[in-house]
Design a protein around this ligand. Structure first.
Ligand code: HEC
Ligand code: HEC
Length: 431
């Protein structure tokens, strides 16, 4: 109990604002006598304590996406949001007691994607058992940035650039799978071990392998839960006639039930979990790097430089002639576009952004092409990492992919030419 209250940073701000509200009502009706006022404050304190726990007991609904959907479809989305939240709790449990829809996934054989025991270790308040096992790992290590529900809008997120990831989109940048695919568990484990250099995301190399595995499963859990939420909200509005009111029973988002609505829930969960399950089979094929002596390497770098400036790869268009990233592209990542440009809103228009900011959206920030001269690579600077980056682009960002072709044809680069580019990019960082 003490732990969970101490960790509930947002619970605290809720407490403060409650105190403030109660105090200002008390002041405006200044006939309240001292004892009455003290009673009111005490009552509000107790209420806030309960409130703190209520905040931790449940996942926050995705209010930013609910609002974006309401704007794009010009209809209210509260009834859909309420039903979706209830069903999610049946399927995925709560921050203190996570559940995994094993039965539902068993039909497709994807129930083992995450291990419920690991989820329980990663979830809940921070504590350690007599045998030295840690619990509450996500709250101990990640919540300040990624927030309880994985929205990336934790209390420490505001001043970061890039912002911590919102797992609920199900889109990840630093991985060895093809652009549209989910990362593998190994990708996530590598990421946690390495951290994301040049961003706020630290390395967790010192955690035990068991703790890392538990956190990997928990990230997948939050992501599947959050992506299911987004897809169900869209489905509710586009397929099930949610609007001002809820539709008739057969079309309501409720689980379990023998209805169209429950069918949509099943299909959605199975689909999202299935994509995670398929990640292993979607690895980028990285050919063996060529074995070059110093002279051959120098020639490869020279060729790479030409491709960097050339029409096909056109890396200069964003990274600049010297690779220092000094080109202004004024673009945004997909997480930001979700509540801005995709709705026809200008991210720098404060007034248009205010309703989204009010429900927790972070201030939109343009994405910057990287200064490659610094030699700091967020997704790893090894040859195979950069080969993946160049042939896939970077998911969720404007960085495009270069297609790999068998023979140079003016539309893509051959694997050997991609290696030249990799060598050039690596050489930029060494200069
Ligand atoms: C101090 C803030 C901070 C903390 C603490 C933190 N992260 Fe992050 N995390 C970030 C930032 C910032 C990014 C975005 C990096 C980027 O866009 O390149 C990120 C990105 C990620 C990603 C997405 C990587 C990808 O490929 O797109 C995952 C997964 C992740 N963090 C997991 C975790 C986990 C699990 C923990 C706790 C063990 C954690 N983070 C703790 C700031 C943090
Ligand atoms: C449309 C603009 C655009 C083009 C074209 C582009 N990039 Fe990028 N690139 C970006 C952006 C934006 C980022 C930062 C992504 C991030 O960190 O979220 C980036 C990041 C990178 C990174 C850093 C990866 C890491 O792990 O930190 C490398 C390397 C890179 N680009 C290489 C290239 C190469 C090589 C080309 C040409 C084949 C290229 N880029 C073309 C926009 C572009």
């Amino acid at each position: 109990m003490r732990q969970s209250v101490a960790i509930a940073d947002s619970g605290f701000s809720r407490f403060n604002s409650l105190m403030f509200r109660v105090e200002s009502t008390a002041r405006s009706k200044s006939d309240l006598s001292g004892p009455k006022r003290a009673c009111l404050l005490l009552a509000s304190f107790l209420f806030a304590l309960i409130g703190c726990d209520a905040r931790i007991e449940q996942f926050e609904p995705n209010r930013v996406f609910t609002l974006a959907l309401a704007k794009s479809r010009s209809i209210p989305t509260e009834p859909a949001s309420e039903d979706v939240s209830q069903s999610l709790e049946v399927l995925f449990g709560t921050p203190n007691e996570p559940q995994w829809p094993e039965q539902l996934l068993a039909e497709e054989g994807t129930e083992d994607l995450v291990d419920v025991e690991r989820l329980r270790r990663a979830a809940g308040p921070v504590s350690s058992g007599k045998d030295g096992t840690h619990r509450g790992l996500f709250r101990e290590h990640c919540v300040v940035c990624h927030a309880l529900e994985g929205s990336g809008a934790g209390p420490a997120s505001q001043f970061q650039d890039p912002y911590p990831r919102d797992f609920r989109h199900g889109v990840f940048k630093w991985k060895r799978t093809v652009r549209g695919a989910k990362p593998t568990k190994q990708d996530l484990r590598d990421l946690l071990t390495r951290g994301v250099p040049g961003t706020g995301m630290p390395s967790f190399a010192l955690l035990s392998p068991d703790d890392l595995d538990a956190l990997v499963d928990y990230v997948i859990y939050l992501s599947v839960r959050g992506e299911t939420e987004r897809r169900l909200l869209v489905g509710a509005v586009d397929e099930l006639d949610y609007g001002d009111t809820v539709p008739e029973d057969d079309f309501r988002i409720r689980y379990p039930a023998d209805s169209e609505g429950a069918g949509l829930i099943e299909d959605t969960v199975v689909r999202v979990a299935g994509q995670w399950d398929a990640a292993e089979s979607r690895l980028v094929e990285v050919p063996e790097p060529p074995d070059l002596d110093a002279e051959e390497m120098a020639a490869s770098i020279e060729r790479g430089k030409k491709f960097f400036h050339g029409q096909i790869a056109n890396c200069v268009g964003c990274h600049g002639a010297s690779g220092n990233g000094a080109v202004v592209i004024l673009d945004y990542d997909d997480w930001t576009k979700d509540y801005t440009t995709r709705l026809g809103l200008t991210p720098s228009d404060r007034e248009a952004m205010q309703p989204f900011r009010d429900v927790g959206a972070l201030r939109p920030r343009p994405i910057k092409p990287r200064n490659l001269q610094k030699g700091v690579f967020r997704g790893g600077g090894g040859g195979p990492d950069l080969y993946c980056r160049i042939t896939q682009g970077i998911a969720g960002t404007p960085m495009p992919a270069v297609s790999v072709v068998d023979q140079a044809n003016g539309k893509g680069l051959t694997a050997a030419q991609i290696w030249d580019l990799v060598h050039y990019v690596q050489s930029l960082g060494r200069e």
